[in-house]
Every structure is written in C-alpha cells, then in structure tokens.
Design a protein around this ligand. Sequence first.
Ligand code: ADP
Length: 180
Amino acid sequence: MDKVNSHIIAVYPGSFDPVTLGHIDIIKRASKLFDKVIVAVAASLHKKTLFSLEERIEFIRESVRDFPNVEVKPLINKLLVDFCKEHKANAIVRGLRAVSDFEYEFKMAWMNRRLYPDVEILFLIPSEEYAYLASSLVKEIASLGGDVSSLVPKPVADRLQEMREKIKKEGTGEEFEQSI
Ligand code: ADP
C-alpha cells in the first residue's frame, strides 16, 4: 500500500436541512484531523427541503467561522465523487450515529469507492449527546413549538422560532410537514 497522503482534503457531504450541533461536532472533529474540510451542501433533487440551499449554506458558514480550514460549498447536480475530483479531495467524511445509519452509509460508501477508487471514506462518531440527533427530529420538534436551542446553532434556532411564530399567526405549517 502506498504511503498515506500527507495533505488530506476531506469533503463532508449532506443536505444539512438544517445543520445541527451533531453535524457541527463532526465538522470540528474533521477539522482537527484533516488539512482542509469542505462541507458540501447538496441541492436536494428528490426531497423538498425546509430551507433553501443558500440558507443551509449560510447557517453552516456562520457556525464554522472559527475554523480556518473549513469551507462550505454547494453541491449541485453532480456526483459527489466528481465534486471530490474537482476540489482535489482525497477523503469523504460521514457521521455515524447508531447502527441504523450503517446500511445506508455502507451502500453509499461502496458505490462511491466503485466510482472513484482513490478516495477514502471515513466515518466519525459524534459526542454521545448528539447520537440521536437528526435534522428531521429538529424540524418535527420545532413545528410543534418545542425548544430546539440546545440542538442547533443559534441562527438556526432563531429562524425556526420565527417560522413557528409566523405559522401560529397565519399558516398551517405545511412547509415543515413536507420536509420532515
Ligand atoms: P444526508 O441527507 O446526506 O443523510 P444529513 O444532513 O442528514 O445528510 O447528514 C449528513 C451526514 O451527517 C450523514 O453522514 C449523517 O449520518 C451525519 N449526521 C447527521 N446527524 C448527525 C449527528 N447527530 N451526529 C453525527 N453525524 C450526523
């Protein structure tokens, strides 16, 4: 086996709708391990998202300001492996929470390796307190008026609160329901 490349650029892909403290935990861990981390925010083709691509990117940018080796970029209409090649990334990072994540993550990892054998796929485990945290859960709690301030970065919590107040006044909360 060749020597491990000493300059590692890792891509952390996801939909981040919205980013949670679990995602941030993974980004922090990755930023300590790798020379550069690119958070690739996917424009969702099949699923309606609660937040636009621009909002999802902005929430992450605001939360990673203190990490100089982390960049946030959109991933639009292209394969993750092509995004990696374009940015000279040699690793893909994904977060693993519980056993339930395994099957999906392994399927994706094998497929990505098949498409791009030179990329390594690495799984990082978040701190215990975030092990059961998911964006869908955050949206569900927020849509029912629950407090999510200990689960997401402040700008996300503030925005969810605003949306909730707007719904209380005038709407049905349909956007929430469609994206959970
Ligand atoms: P996707 O739609 O690609 O699954 P997500 O935004 O849901 O995107 O998740 C992106 C990555 O972050 C996935 O690898 C997912 O397993 C991981 N992840 C999500 N929530 C957490 C969490 N609480 N702790 C650690 N990793 C997480």
